[in-house]
Design a protein. Structure first.
Length: 382
């Protein structure tokens, strides 16, 4: 009887398909030997970014899928945190990678820059897909000159032999977003289910419990503002009337945020009120065992967006250092466009709630505290 054929023995170069990978840096000439070292560097750095974007997209998809299981089992939260921590770590590395690009001198870049026209980093469909999956809304997306950003990419995709994949990828992400499959949307669903003083959605009197918590918290916040106003007035920083007016505006803005007064539809306002109450409850009672992993998850999402903002800012500064404020290769306003992209916050509520936090001594006492000790163990210190 003949021996069964042996499976091929893996080796490093075949497993990583290095023959294919190392043949992809040829640029428009299709031959990297014809490139000057600076252009090769430019291609390698940007291809590396795209590989990292691919990994980020996989991690985000995994995290979103875990959230969409419904009521997220507590034992699943560490897995979500793990995925998002990896995203943050990749983005930190991506920020540092701009230091390699900055070894490219302005004059050296100008030696091959015209080859890129009208190509632009804006056309990175994986970056656009990542923004959509995170939850960037259409109104937050900066227009590309006078053109809608997505319409600009669609037209380019139609004119390019490889554009079908790019546009289909973006369309798939947009379809997922419309179905609520973004990190922002699933986080809101998850926060909505947060037990507040041991009360959950659907429990008798839940709306009254939520309202009571928000009222008590806001009253304590007004008291905290009064303490701060007294200190500032004693230090003669400004007139007492000016200080009081400033804190009064802060208190009014806080109440508007907590009670979702920025939303007109009553049902939507009630839902958003509970989402924000859940977020505030986790952040202000983060030492309770049941809320330990949830607060770590929120911190990790904030870190992901922080690193994304830092990446955008570092990108803008690198571009300004290398090419100044000239028109971009794709026809955008260049650095001005890049700077505008740093202003958007996808997870705006997670940032806003930090303005409302108070010292632990002032936070309203948790009701039914035992409920938050029944399940859960605190995560390791980070």
């Amino acid at each position: 009887m003949a021996d069964a054929p042996r499976p091929p023995v893996p080796n490093y170069w075949d497993y990583l398909r290095l023959d294919d990978l190392l043949d992809l840096q040829g640029g428009v000439e299709g031959d990297d030997a014809a490139l000057v070292p600076d252009e090769l560097l430019f291609i390698v750095v940007h291809q590396t970014y795209e590989l990292w974007f691919k990994q980020i997209l996989r991690e985000l998809t995994e995290a979103i899928d875990l959230f969409r299981l419904g009521a997220v089992p507590e034992e699943q939260l560490p897995h979500v945190v793990h995925r998002l921590r990896r995203v943050a770590a990749i983005l930190r590395l991506a920020v540092e990678q701009f230091a390699v690009m900055e070894t490219l001198t302005p004059q050296d870049f100008l030696g091959f820059r015209d080859k890129l026209v009208p190509a632009s980093g804006f056309q990175s469909f994986q970056m656009r897909q990542m923004e959509i999956l995170l939850g960037l809304e259409k109104a937050q997306r900066e227009p590309y000159g006078s053109t809608d950003a997505m319409e600009h990419i669609r037209k380019l995709a139609e004119e390019s032999p490889g554009g079908a994949r790019a546009w289909n990828t973006i369309q798939d992400a947009a379809t997922a977003a419309a179905d609520g499959r973004t990190l922002k949307a699933v986080m809101a669903d998850w926060l909505y289910r947060t037990p507040i003083d041991a009360s959950s959605p659907g429990d008798p009197g839940d709306d009254a419990v939520v309202t009571s918590f928000l009222d008590r918290y806001h009253a304590a916040l007004v008291g905290f503002h009064a303490e701060q106003a007294d200190r500032l007035a004693a230090a003669s920083i400004s007139s007492r009337d000016e200080i009081d007016a400033r804190f009064a505006r802060s208190a009014e803005a806080a109440r508007g945020f907590l009670f979702a007064e920025d939303v007109e539809d009553e049902a939507e306002r009630r839902r958003l009120r509970r989402v924000r109450a859940g977020l505030l409850y986790i952040e202000s009672h983060r030492t309770l065992p049941l809320l330990a992993w949830p607060r770590l998850l929120i911190d990790t999402v904030v870190e992901v967006e922080e690193q994304l903002v830092l990446w955008r800012n570092r990108h803008a500064r690198m571009v300004e250092r290398v090419i100044g404020r000239r028109v971009g290769t794709g026809g955008s306003s260049g650095v001005e466009y890049l700077d505008r992209t740093t202003r958007a916050r996808i997870f705006g509520d997670l940032w806003t709630v930090r303005t409302l936090l108070m010292p632990k001594r002032l936070v309203p006492t948790t009701r039914n505290t035992d409920f938050y000790y029944q399940v859960g163990t605190a995560p390791p210190a980070v």
